[in-house]
Design a protein around this ligand. Structure first.
Ligand SMILES: C[S@@+](CC[C@H](N)C(=O)[O-])C[C@H]1O[C@@H](n2cnc3c(N)ncnc32)[C@H](O)[C@@H]1O
Length: 408
């Protein structure tokens, strides 16, 4: 069984992330709070040192944290499946600086394996087929344009210790089938599974509009049935996701899933609730001034949900296609109040949020209002920092390693 590389005895100054590790069904991996120590590159440490909150940095942090799990899983694939080639899929790869990050990490891991293995045994490592997946609207062209430079750099860094690898893309939604049966050995999915296939349909009802008026997500003031509607939508989507991946994985295959979660039902310390409230405020102010239509605002709900770890585990257990190798909730304080510059960082957070969600808002409200919307939002974020509403928030991520369940 794979386990997280945790070193509670030798925490470094970068180990600021307390891991609230939930025991998996099959093990007691690190109950309670402990330190995670999974960083090994100067560049990575540089990212972790960055004082400014920024969604790209936030995503990179998560990727780095998951690296040790990926390392063990890759090693297991190479050593136990005895295949000539393995297929690894990155679901929701995006097109920014992180788009080839999984390819780079796996090649890094395999080079080290190759180095060790060439000393120990003669068996050659498998060729790797990487498949990058995202929605059809993703800028796959830019990813492939960056591939040439990427390949050159990798060759320079790894030299002979490089297995043959190929990168392809598959566009389409992971909320359904993407690949033929039993053709994939490993799925990686980082910071994408919180995107629902759609906002819950119930939110379009007159009752929902009147009871959740002005909100684009559930907030501290939303009635419980609105939260339940989101939870149910996530349950349906995640179940379909698991069914699809089960069909596509070959025997012995697995998955590493990383996505935003919540520490508990109390929405007070949840960053996404606060951010969506500030964003709703900006939209409401513009609706009051007649810049956007109130009906359009009423009709908009974020297709997003950050579940509790327990919810996720219970869906996996009910669906019964996978064994949970390990399951963790990683939480850390989102902002370092001592390093903040209120105006600059309000803008930066707003820009990060824009990069993450721009196409969604543009599609619903139109491009023309975006600059003003995000300026208003930046002001509100700065105020939120000043009033210490945001500085006390926690960001949590769920990290789950799954193994395809094979009947005896
Ligand atoms: C925040 S980015 C994460 C990028 C990258 N995986 C990382 O960790 O940095 C989320 C990505 O998920 C993609 N996405 C959202 N819903 C999806 C779906 N149903 N199927 C495939 N990709 C999806 C988005 O288009 C976006 O590129």
């Amino acid at each position: 069984m794979a386990s997280l590389s945790l070193d509670p005895h030798h925490p470094t100054e970068h180990d600021a992330f307390l891991v609230a590790a939930a025991p998996s069904q099959s093990s007691q991996v690190g109950e309670g709070k402990m330190f995670i120590n999974a960083f090994d590159k100067t560049a990575d440490l540089d990212v972790l040192d960055h004082p400014i909150p920024n969604f790209i940095y936030y995503m990179r942090k998560v990727i780095i944290m998951a690296k040790s799990i990926l390392e063990k899983a890759t090693e297991q694939l190479c050593r136990t499946l005895f295949l000539d080639r393995i297929t690894i899929v990155d679901l929701g790869c995006s097109s920014g600086p992180n788009a080839l990050s999984v390819v780079s990490q796996v090649l890094d891991i395999i080079s080290k394996l190759d180095e060790r293995q060439s000393k120990e045994e003669e068996r050659t490592l498998p060729e790797i087929q990487f498949i990058l997946n995202d929605l059809p609207s993703n800028d796959f062209n830019s990813v492939f344009q960056s591939l040439e430079e990427f390949n050159k750099k990798i060759k320079e860094e790894r030299g002979n210790l490089l297995v043959p690898y190929y990168v392809a893309a598959a566009s389409g939604s992971f909320h359904g089938r993407l690949f033929p049966s039993s053709t994939v050995q490993f799925f990686y999915c980082s910071t994408s599974l919180h995107w629902l296939s759609q906002a819950p349909r119930e939110l379009g009802s007159a009752e929902a509009i009147s009871q959740n008026r002005g909100n684009i997500y559930f907030t501290r003031t939303s009635p419980p049935w609105i939260v339940k509607a989101y939870r149910e939508q996530f349950r349906r989507d995640f179940s379909t996701f698991l069914e699809s991946r089960f069909e596509e994985l070959s025997v012995g295959g697995g998955a590493l899933l990383i996505f935003p979660g919540r520490e508990g039902e109390d929405e007070d310390g949840d960053i996404f609730n606060h951010i969506s409230e500030l964003f709703s405020d900006s939209l409401n102010a513009m609706a009051e001034e007649g810049i956007i239509s109130k009906a359009k605002l009423d009709a908009f709900n974020m297709p997003f949900y950050s579940p509790l770890l327990e919810e996720v585990k219970s869906i996996i257990l009910n669906e019964s296609s996978f064994d949970i190798e390990q399951a963790h909730l990683l939480s850390y304080k989102w902002l370092d109040a001592t390093k903040l510059d209120i105006l600059r960082d309000g803008k930066m957070i707003a820009n990060g949020f824009r990069a993450w969600n721009e196409s969604l808002f543009a599609h619903h409200f139109g491009d023309a209002i975006l600059d003003e919307l995000f300026e208003r939002f930046a002001e509100r974020v700065s105020r939120g920092i000043l009033e210490e509403k945001l500085t006390n928030c926690t960001v949590s991520n769920i990290i789950i390693e799954l193994k395809k369940n094979t009947p005896p």
